[in-house]
Design a binder for this molecule. Structure first.
Ligand code: IVH
Length: 669
């Protein structure tokens, strides 16, 4: 037989048996027979690499590692759900539906287990999986196609006759047995175990190296499509049946309910079976079945009116409270953390639980050595509910807040009426380290390769002691490369990542500084209002109050922050190191047109001050369009270092050519 024919046949066979095994849970051949077919395919593909197709089962092992995820705009937003917690909330859900629609309608529902994992979108074109992404903020997610291809129950090619374009939504999750295995190996390798299945699923999918994702026991259930009509069905239940015929896994506990009382019954049944399931569910999702009614009900800002998530109560277990650690945060807040005898709570091993603050701790009246109830609810950090006082040893010592900072010994303060105990020593090592970790983290400037572990290492070695030191790291390339766990390649990567952050958006920079009461949203208002860091730093309390969303507390905090001499000295050093935050002008619709309106911009060569994805985001945010090649439509070409053929073509075609700096200027104007 011709290799191509045999390869096609093997694809078909392997796909059919994988579907029976992973989706239907009903294999008809043995594992070794399956392996033999798989090996035959690998051998043929090795001999004929030109015959490897993207839907080949061999492509599930994970391809090459990425530098970073690119962004994907969802064609239709991926919404979230409002919550209900009990029978009455469910009846109120129906009452709301009836108030919105006319009374007297027959409403039927679909009840689905709410898997505790990560929402993803899978785009199938002509039956072929072409793109997979995370939910992200609902509008824009991350492209994790290569990672999702490694999930065995996700079909690379659909069966039956799917519509030409099908955007499937569903949950990627990790079954409890898999999570336990993964967590023991994490602990063996000295890494933090995952706190819950959701973190494990997210952490495994967001691996730049899909080979790592491939090694993780992930699974998938489909629960919807972006455009319900795509499947030619009239309701959620029938649509899910269609998805099954396309080979997509749909949870077997999905039920159709003709009344809200039947939904409530389904909820109680799910509560009962929840502990027998091999995966964690944290509630039940109820959806109005009829697509016509769904459309009439429509959506609120973030969630549809036609669905709700009825959450389950938290899961509890008992264990021993061994000791308490006091952690000092970025703002000096001291948080007591209980160290527990490790205990499995709903399939997840818990060995630490937050005690929040002194008042909470005293209210619970915990003593060292107490037997305590621990609870986990969905993705919330485990908590101690109470101690079993009857079993307390007579000489057990109550837990008290220390009087001095456990890190710098500075006296702690707890202002009357406030819950938080703080260390007010600005030189406290714990606070400095935490601030640095925040600065480089996703919530800050998101400097890739400079995660918590590395910041801790560099801080301990006194290589970075404050924020400006980060921007001087390029002069210590060899020192970095010589460190444990580094090498020249990682040093260069980190230095490049730092360089790409020398002109951060002002709002990001402000959020990274970690000024109290200034989060992402208020930082954006400040950027829009002041446009320049110096202007913000010089602003008075009253001027600050004029800014949208800035109240008394935030205004005082900003004034206090920028009047601190050490902060001023730090800003000077940052400027000297070439760090200069840029403001991104508000786009069209807020008075005036967007700076890049009607421009079609191409980037070529390697950019020096901002990353490619940031550059693209800037173009979009400012009303422009991205070009992928030099065509008639392209209006501007931005050239970075080592630009090649595209630059030449642009010159031949007389396009406007810009340097990176000129491009940034256009936005700043
Ligand atoms: S439907 C427009 N169905 O719950 C409806 N969601 O806050 C959007 N989830 O992000 C979701 N199981 O990750 C739906 N059967 C199910 C689900 C489910 C789990 C998750 C999903 C979503 C979150 C809703």
């Amino acid at each position: 037989m011709q290799p191509q024919k045999r390869i096609e046949e093997l694809h078909r066979l392997l796909q059919e048996h994988a579907h029976k095994y992973y989706v239907l849970d009903a294999p008809t051949i043995s594992d070794s027979e399956y392996d033999a077919l798989f090996q035959e395919l690998l051998a043929l593909e090795k001999a004929h690499p030109e015959l490897i197709t993207p839907d080949s089962p061999s492509q599930r092992v994970g391809g090459v590692a990425l530098d970073k995820f690119s962004q994907v705009e969802h064609r239709y937003p991926m919404l979230s759900l409002e919550n209900a917690f009990n029978d009455d909330d469910l009846r109120e859900f129906e009452a709301r539906l009836r108030r919105f629609l006319s009374q007297g309608l027959t409403l039927s529902y679909v009840a689905e287990p709410k898997l505790d994992g990560l929402a993803v979108e899978l785009v199938y074109e002509n039956g072929l999986l072409v793109q997979g992404s995370t939910r992200g903020d609902g509008k824009v997610g991350e492209d994790i196609t290569a990672q999702l291809k490694t999930v065995r129950s996700i079909p690379l090619r659909l069966l039956g006759s799917p519509p030409p374009l099908l955007e499937v939504r569903g949950e990627v999750f990790m079954a409890l047995a898999g999570l336990e295995r993964l967590n023991s190996s994490q602990i063996r390798m000295g890494r933090e175990p995952f706190a819950n299945p959701r973190n494990a699923a997210a952490g495994s999918l967001r691996q730049l190296n899909p080979k790592i994702t491939a090694s993780r026991p992930l699974d998938f259930y489909a629960y919807g499509v972006s455009l319900p009509a795509d499947t030619g069905r009239n309701g959620q239940y029938d649509m899910l049946q269609s998805l099954k015929t396309y080979g997509l896994p749909v949870n077997e506990h999905v039920r159709k309910c003709e009344t809200i009382e039947a939904v409530i019954e389904a909820y109680h049944q799910m509560l009962e079976i929840r502990h027998q399931l091999p995966y964690e569910i944290d509630g039940m999702v109820v959806k109005v079945d009829d697509f016509g009614l769904q459309e009439r009900l429509g959506n609120k800002a973030r969630a549809p009116r036609w669905a709700t998530a009825c959450k389950f109560p938290a899961i509890q277990a008992t264990t021993l409270l061994r000791s308490v650690e006091f952690q000092v945060g970025r703002t000096g807040a001291v948080t007591p953390v209980a160290i527990l005898e490790p205990v499995v709570v709903g399939g997840v091993t818990v060995s630490r639980a937050t005690l929040h603050n002194q008042d909470e701790m005293e209210r619970k009246d915990l003593h060292i050595g107490d037997k305590v109830f621990v609870q986990r609810a969905g993705d919330v950090i485990p908590e101690i509910v109470k101690a079993v006082v009857e079993e307390r040893a007579e000489d057990a010592q109550p837990i008290r807040m220390p009087e001095n900072c456990p890190v710098c010994q500075h006296p702690l303060e707890k202002p009357a009426g406030e819950a938080v105990t703080r260390c007010h020593n600005p030189h406290c090592d714990a606070q400095r380290l935490r601030s640095l970790i925040h600065f480089t983290s996703k919530a800050g400037l998101d400097i890739e390769g400079l995660g918590k572990k590395y910041v801790e290492q560099l801080f301990e070695l006194k290589i970075i002691e404050d924020v400006p030191d980060i921007f001087g790291l390029h002069s210590r390339r060899h020192k970095l490369a010589s460190l444990d766990g580094w090498g020249l390649k990682s040093a260069d990567k980190v230095i490049a990542a730092i360089n790409s952050r020398r002109n951060p958006p002002l709002s990001k920079f402000l959020a990274a500084l970690g000024i109290r009461f200034i989060g992402e949203v208020s930082a954006t208002s400040l950027e829009n209002h002041f446009q320049e860091l110096d202007k913000l730093a010089a602003a008075s309390h009253d001027e600050l109050l004029e800014v949208d969303g800035i109240g008394e507390q935030a205004a005082s905090s900003i004034v206090e922050y920028f009047s601190d001499e050490k902060v001023q000295a730090m800003l000077v050093r940052l400027k000297d190191a070439g760090v200069s935050p840029v403001a991104i002008q508000p786009v069209a619709g807020e008075g005036g047109t967007a700076p890049l309106a009607d421009m079609v911009i191409l980037f070529t060569g390697s950019l020096q001050t901002i990353s490619r994805s940031e550059a693209k985001k800037l173009v979009k945010d400012n009303g422009g369009t991205i070009a992928t090649g030099v065509t008639k439509k392209t209006t501007h070409v931005v050239v970075g270092e080592k630009a090649g053929s595209k630059l030449k073509k642009a010159q031949e075609m007389n396009k406007t050519i810009l340097t990176e700096e000129e491009f940034l200027q256009m936005i700043r104007q």
